[in-house]
Design a binder for this molecule. Structure first.
Ligand code: EAX
Length: 325
């Protein structure tokens, strides 16, 4: 009996020692290229977690579609073959309609309110609810407020959008927003430079950093500061993998990712004024004051559409609209 006890104690100590010091490698996927918003989060997370774990945890970042587009990265995260990702809210739509709550048009008054709500209890509830689709939502970093660009004409009112072929993310919500505004939206995965260049699509919508990093000023003449959707990234882990981690490791990963997100949101915002100036200098015609009231009025019926008919999603939307009034 005593021998068995000593043996099992030995095994327990041995196992603990191995898990405590075993090197852990995290595969992290982003679709965009270095210098992009998602990569800045990923690189900061890598730096922080490698430093704080004293090298026990290492992160390999797969970027520029090395492991597929955002939908494909999410599938691999669900299966646990990729452990983490920094993924734009839009493509989550096909996995869990709950993201339609955070991507609702004209929702947040500004960055301060977005941070308050998304870092607060409601944001946590939305992250928690992603568990039903196999994702451990850790926190939100940002793509940013999205603006419309196109190569056909200056856009100031919703009427100007009529018939424009606009590329949208793989998201029923984004598609419906542009249909409701009178455009002809086509869902397409990232990146889309060639399609814009060849005129397969007339326009697209993204935050300012995208126009800079992907050089859209070369191929898009007009930009309208619509700020129609605040687009967060969901910084996400595979739930299957997450559940195998010890609580102290979970905490370390969670905290490092949150710190990376806070760092990146500030970095992104600090650079927007310079980006706008640069895009003007590069020759883009920028409409600073579109008729946003008219845009808002057009998309107002969205909340009653089928997109939000799921009871869980609808209840969260009502809470969100209340929190951002
Ligand atoms: O960050 O697909 C998109 O429009 C996203 O915003 C893209 O990941 C660029």
């Amino acid at each position: 009996m005593k021998r068995v006890f000593i043996l099992s104690a030995f095994i327990a100590v041995f196992c603990f020692a191995t898990t405590a010091t075993a090197a852990m490698k995290i595969k992290l996927g982003v679709v965009t290229k270095p210098g992009s918003a998602q990569n800045i989060v990923a690189e900061k997370f890598k730096e922080l977690i490698e430093q704080r774990s004293k090298g026990d945890i290492t992160v390999k970042i797969y970027h520029s579609k090395a492991i597929g587009n955002e939908t494909e990265i999410l599938q691999q995260i669900q299966m646990g073959t990729v452990q983490m990702g920094v993924i734009t809210g839009g493509p989550f739509d096909t996995f869990d309609p709950v993201v339609r709550v955070i991507n609702y048009p004209f929702l947040f008054s500004g960055h301060e309110q977005a941070d308050k709500v998304l870092d607060g209890p409601l944001g946590q509830e939305i992250l928690k609810s992603l568990e039903s689709s196999g994702f451990k939502g850790l926190c939100f970093s940002e793509n940013g407020f999205r603006n419309l660009t196109n190569n056909k004409k200056a856009v100031k009112t919703p009427e100007d959008i009529s018939g424009l072929k606009i590329r949208v993310m793989s998201s029923a919500l984004h598609k419906t927003i542009w249909q409701t505004l009178g455009a002809n939206p086509t869902p397409m995965p990232w990146p889309i430079y060639t399609e814009l260049e060849q005129g397969v699509i007339d326009g697209q919508e993204n935050p300012l950093w995208v126009m800079e990093v992907y050089k859209f000023y070369e191929i898009q003449k007009y930009m309208t500061m619509t700020r129609h959707v605040y687009s967060p990234h969901i910084d996400v882990a595979s739930l299957m993998w997450w559940n195998t981690l010890r609580p102290d490791t979970q905490k370390m990963v969670q905290t490092a990712m949150y710190d990376a997100a806070v760092f990146q949101r500030k970095d992104n915002r600090d650079r927007n004024a310079a980006r706008l100036k640069m895009l003007r200098e590069k020759g883009m015609a920028i409409e600073d004051a579109p008729d946003l009231n008219a845009f808002r009025a057009k998309v107002a019926p969205l909340r009653d559409m089928d997109l939000y008919k799921d009871a869980r999603v609808h209840a969260l939307l009502l809470k969100m609209l209340d929190a951002t009034k």
